[in-house]
Design a protein. Structure first.
Lengths: 95, 411
């Protein structure tokens, strides 16, 4: 399901036009980004948690050249699904 | 630190000119659609946010830490989330100015000891020579192929078969050797390192000179071994080619003799049948049939008569001929599909080739060739169905053959 399909499905169910839905979705995501900027985690009750984690710097070996490289620390956005979502997936697999 | 999504959307609701309740409904709908999309398609892309994917983890065995028992962790599905590049960069803004840097030799003393730094450059050179030699080998095989092409120009198909047969064997024969060589030398290197460490020779200058000399020796040994391998491959390739050509010549000779024989027998039969004028029409037909079948069929009395009349047909032939016809038959089947495979550019250059007919189905209303091929073979495989059925579109009620595909050997 790509973005287009997602938006059209959402438009179908909510009754807004696709353009409106796209605008609303982006604004929701923008507000989420603002929250991330403030260093906050976002909990979506029926879905999961988005949180920002820090990856420490590390030394890696380039296997083809044998050179050692220092990878800098970085902040990544991680997503942890809710227990209910996990359960639903498990059930879906069994069927 | 943690906030719920519903606290966030107040501003969004104001911005969009909606009430908070409506907005909450919308967000919950957003999540519902996301969840359902994940279950249905196992993948949902949301612009601005990223990709949610359901990845399946297969079952694995583990050990219970408390009891030490072996337990099997069942396979499960998990959701993976990959943020979009813009979002990823946005989140990582505070650390954006850092870049991955290479560590110069000798900077990190703990990680790098002296033996490692000495071994590293020799390994590099070995790798370079290896790749070069591999390229040489590939070139050599190509030359061989060209020679093949010239030698067997008359029968392209046979030649193709030879090349196809020839190539993988060559590569498989060279690659393990090369890897074995590498391993040998690697182990030699490690031994060397151990020796150096154990003995702890004081003067480093000597060690350096030794290692450089040894590395030179290694390179020479490697080169000579690779030359040998190349030679072996060449000889093997030529031998294979010659045997193939020889077999072909033998087959042609055999066919020629057979044709001549059949002509002779037919002539004899004709002359005889003129003498037996009372049974002439029937025997003539029978003799023609017999000559066509050439001793594969036995039983009918007329046939037998013809055989006794034309005793020039050699005895050991029938068995050989039977085998020959069988092989020809299977060849014909193969050629049938190979011709299909060659006819269309998409199939010729595609990753699969048609080896048979998997099933034959009747097209229902609303189904297209594309939808059916996607159902049976996966996306973008229409060309194989098109080529097998020799049609571009189907109607409801048509019979459609679904090809059995085989992955072409990777070269």
């Amino acid at each position: 399901m790509n973005n287009k399909e997602y938006i059209s499905e959402l438009a179908l169910r909510s009754g807004y036009t696709q353009a409106e839905v796209q605008k609303m979705v982006t604004s929701v995501i923008e507000s989420m980004m603002l929250a991330f900027d403030a260093g906050e985690d976002i909990v979506i009750p029926t879905f999961g948690t988005f949180e920002i984690k820090k990856r420490m710097e590390r030394v890696v070996n380039n296997p083809s050249t044998g050179l050692k490289m220092l990878v800098p620390p970085k902040l990544i956005l991680s997503f942890k699904p809710n227990a209910s979502v996990k359960e639903r997936l498990k059930n879906g697999r069994r069927q | 630190m943690m906030i719920k999504i519903n606290d966030l959307i107040q501003d969004v609701a104001k911005e969009q000119g909606l009430s908070k309740v409506e907005m909450e409904k919308f967000v919950s709908l957003m999540i519902d659609v996301l969840n359902e999309g994940l279950q249905a398609d196992r993948l949902v892309k949301v612009k601005g946010l990223g990709t949610f994917k359901v990845a399946s983890v297969s079952a694995r065995e583990s050990i219970n830490v408390n009891t030490g028992e072996r337990i099997i962790i069942e396979g499960r599905d998990k959701i993976s989330f990959t943020p979009e590049a813009t979002l990823r960069d946005f989140v990582n803004r505070p650390f954006a100015q850092f870049e991955t840097v290479t560590i110069n030799e000798g900077v990190d003393i703990e990680a790098l000891n002296s033996s490692e730094t000495e071994v590293a450059p020799t390994e590099d050179s070995q790798e370079i020579t290896n790749t070069a030699d591999v390229q040489e080998i590939v070139g050599a095989t190509k030359q061989e192929e060209n020679v093949c092409m010239f030698a067997v120009e008359n029968e392209d198909e046979v030649c193709d078969e030879i090349i196809e047969d020839d190539k993988p064997t060559d590569e498989t024969s060279t690659v393990p050797n090369a890897s074995a060589d590498e391993e040998c030398i690697m182990t030699a290197d490690s031994n060397e390192c151990n020796d150096e460490e154990n003995s702890n020779v004081a003067v480093q200058y000597e060690v350096n000179s030794q290692s450089s000399q040894q590395s030179l020796k290694h390179i020479i040994i490697l080169l000579s071994v690779l030359c040998l391998v190349l030679l072996c491959v060449c000889v093997g390739g030529f031998y294979y080619m010659f045997t193939q050509i020889d077999q072909r010549n033998q087959r042609i000779d055999y066919l020629m003799t057979k044709i001549i024989d059949s002509k002779k027998t037919s002539r004899v039969v004709k002359s005889q049948s003129i003498q037996y004028s009372d049974v002439k029409p029937s025997t003539d037909n029978a003799s023609a049939a017999a000559v066509k079948q050439d001793g594969t069929n036995e039983g009918e009395s007329q046939d037998r008569k013809v055989h006794t009349l034309g005793q020039k047909t050699p005895m050991p032939k029938p068995a050989n001929h039977l085998q020959d016809t069988e092989t020809q038959k299977s060849d014909a089947e193969k050629n049938d599909f190979s011709a299909l495979n060659k006819r269309d550019v998409r199939v010729r250059t595609g990753a699969y080739r048609i080896v048979g007919v998997q099933t034959t189905i009747r097209v229902k209303k609303g189904q297209t060739l594309e939808s059916l091929s996607r159902l049976y073979l996966g996306p973008d495989m229409e060309c194989y169905v098109e080529v097998l059925n020799d049609c571009k579109a189907v109607k409801a009620g048509d019979l459609l053959k679904i090809p059995a595909l085989k992955l072409k050997k990777s070269r």
